[in-house]
Unconditional design. Sequence first.
Length: 900
Amino acid sequence: MTNWVYSFGCGETQSLDIDRDRLGGKGASLAEMARMGLPVPPGLTIISDVCQHFYVHAKGFPDGLKQEIEAGLRAIEAATGRQFGGAETPLLLSVRSGSRVSMPGMMDTVLNLGLNDETVKALAADTGDERFAWDSYRRFIQMYADVVLGLDQEFFEEILEDRMSELGYAYETQLSADELKDIVSEYEKLLDEELGESFPQDPCEQLWGAISAVFSSWTSARATAYRALHDIPFDWGTAVNIQAMVFGNLGNDSATGVAFTRNPSTGEKALYGEFLLNAQGEDVVAGIRTPQSITEAGRIASGAEKPSLEKLMPRAFSELVTVAARLERHYGDLQDMEFTIERGTLWMLQTRNGKRAAGAAMKIAMDMADEGLISRDEAIIRVDPATLDQMLHPTISPDFKANPVGSGLPASPGAVTGEIVFSAEEAISAHAEGRKVILVRTETSPEDIHGMTAAEGVLTTRGGMTSHAAVVARGMGVPCVTGAGNMRVDRFDNILHGVGGVLMHAGDLVTIDGSTGRVLKGAVPTQKPALSDDFQRLMGWADAARRMKVRTNADTPGDARTAREFGAEGIGLCRTEHMFFEGDRIKTMRRMILAEDEAGRRAALDQLLPMQRADFEEIFAIMHGLPVTIRLLDPPLHEFLPKNEEEREEVARALDMETSLLKQRVEALYEFNPMLGHRGCRLAISFPEIAEMQARAIFEAAVAAARLTGEAVVPEIMVPLVSLRSELEYVKGRIDGIAGTVMRESGMTLTYRVGTMIELPRAALRAHEIAEEAAFFSLGTNDLTQTTFGLSRDDAPGFLGAYQKKGILERDPFMSLDFDGVGELMKLATERGRMAKPDLQIGICGEHGGDPISIRFCETLALDYVSCSPFRVPTARLAAAQASIREREDPASGKAVATA
Ligand code: ADP
Ligand code: MG
Ligand code: MG
């Protein structure tokens, strides 16, 4: 009965009885391959529990480990017919790390262990290749000294390189046995000098040294950093695999390499990979020699001259092809394999699910479903929804070597080039002249919105992923880089300062890459992605699999059109405030706001009515046959007013108003906390004529669009920022009144609904009362997050970074829902709302509606739809399908998401 050590490939494969998390990915794959009868050098796995025992619980190596390892070694000796430390047929070992998830290159490996001044001679005699034996010994000393004794590789490289240049050699394969012997003695001398001790000759001492070092590599700085980056818990620990060596450096009929079952960058269904002749594993990654292509097709495609493995070793190659196919079928996924060929015989050293590019992931998933390797549901699960949005935007050509002049946050994907402009007005006028521009600002404000629409891309030197610029740009699908802190905007001289003293003036070309956050000087080659057949087909499968509908947040006809093309099934949020910034309207809007009495307001509103109606008519025509939710005016009115003295004078002139009077009105509208001030339904209650004008515009537009398209939309009028049932009751009364009037005037019956945003904690708590007045709820999770935390989204980037760094808050709650707090309120609101009104329609319209994990949570609440910005619609369709599948297959996973 073993506790800590399980062997593979030595007769029975014990490690199959153990949970793969404890064996580590490498150990599990070696065991699995051995069980399948594939050629795997025999070995044993020390499970990760030992690492936990050692580091996490600081209890040293557990009792009995030594005996178990010894027993395992005897089994390897029996399987190979070799003896560890033996004077005739010595067994050499590799000691390899292997954690639960692959951490490529982060931890250590020691190869050729068991060599010493005696066994090296035995190995030479046994293989009849003296050169090989000394090459292996040289490699072993170098690796062992680095990993176990902590003496940098560089010292050894220096000796090796010096010797090679003396001899005039280009590759270490040119070194003869005698020359390698000399190098080994120089290595041994170096160890003596640097460490004051000689190289350990006892194979057992070597083995324990290597085991301890490989376990310790779990705590190395690079492994720690990698874990932090990928959210891998420290207490998982790593397993250690001890395995008989096979030799790729035994002459020119030996080789080592890496292969993928399909091409990981294109997804093409063909074996893909590289190898080196007469070499050991680490040489391929280290890039000492340029590796050769495995397949003949790959060699031709890369234009290389050196022959392929297919040509050189046809037998081993065809065996590799067979093994690859079996492994892919077995695991049902793209495999990334390590192999070695020893004197013509193929040995498999590792296999794992391969990493792949976004486009390749989609192709591979679709192909595998078509081949019957995986189900359609599985294909849907395999594609990361977040990557879809990259596929809709141009990207920088992969073979272009970029040299950034600045970097910020990848706020909205896509790579674009344009002339630098420093203000929204310049962007608009340049756009009108047909020039392509990048709007460069320190930060953007809502008034820049038209400049942002006119620009190809937006760059800000401040602000985070949820800054105004970022949210708006994502919403519009405009590529955007925010918070480029290593750049500076000098508005005085109109210069953009980049890193390394680079200066860029207005009119200079700049490229931003919103997928990576890079900023580049000048124009850069980009690729425009086509929506592939695979893309369309996958979307079709996703649509069939999902339960929740997907709507879009669209404020303009352009947004609505894009979203419908991307498959939106209605508009979940149409904000009306942007409409009042357009062209001349802001003037009329200001006149309305600054009016001293209702009559003055009504006069201005009468002028706004036809403009609003025209906006809605166009949107309704585009969305014919689908529901459209329109939100009544939400922001505090002073957002529409001039901010400084100069602007105030200009506005006063334009409105023919005393500057002092205007100043008085602006001051009267000033608020200490506008976010919690006179906004939302509060405006409709103080100035019902505003809501009435909007309702009239909506109903009249619905009538006109229905006549035009023959297919009516169902307008859903949404009242924002409600916390009391009586607020909604009052505003709804006004809307119903107008609906009656318009129906009488037009002689047409309209179906419409009045509902509310649930975006304040009180509304969530009293949802059962509010539901009695509401036909629908829309969970406004942006404001609900702000008000639940008491945290302003615009101010949060200033300190949330510190929260995340200190581990106080894991995720930015504006990007990914706070399930425990905000989610709890959403759950309450849904349950209580449906209790009062079982057919209450409930959706979500916050930014979270496009975030895959948040969408998974929405599925657990059985929401009717999610709504997100147009470019995230495909992402949401796929994420909603995944959520449905997971909820069907494993309802508990929804809770896991919520508590993750
Ligand atoms: P990593 O996790 O960094 O890939 P590995 O444990 O896979 O580290 O080892 C690195 C390389 O060492 C492998 O690519 C393989 O070629 C070589 N290697 C490991 N074990 C053996 C072995 N038993 N025989 C020959 N080569 C080996
Ligand atoms: Mg490996
Ligand atoms: Mg809101």
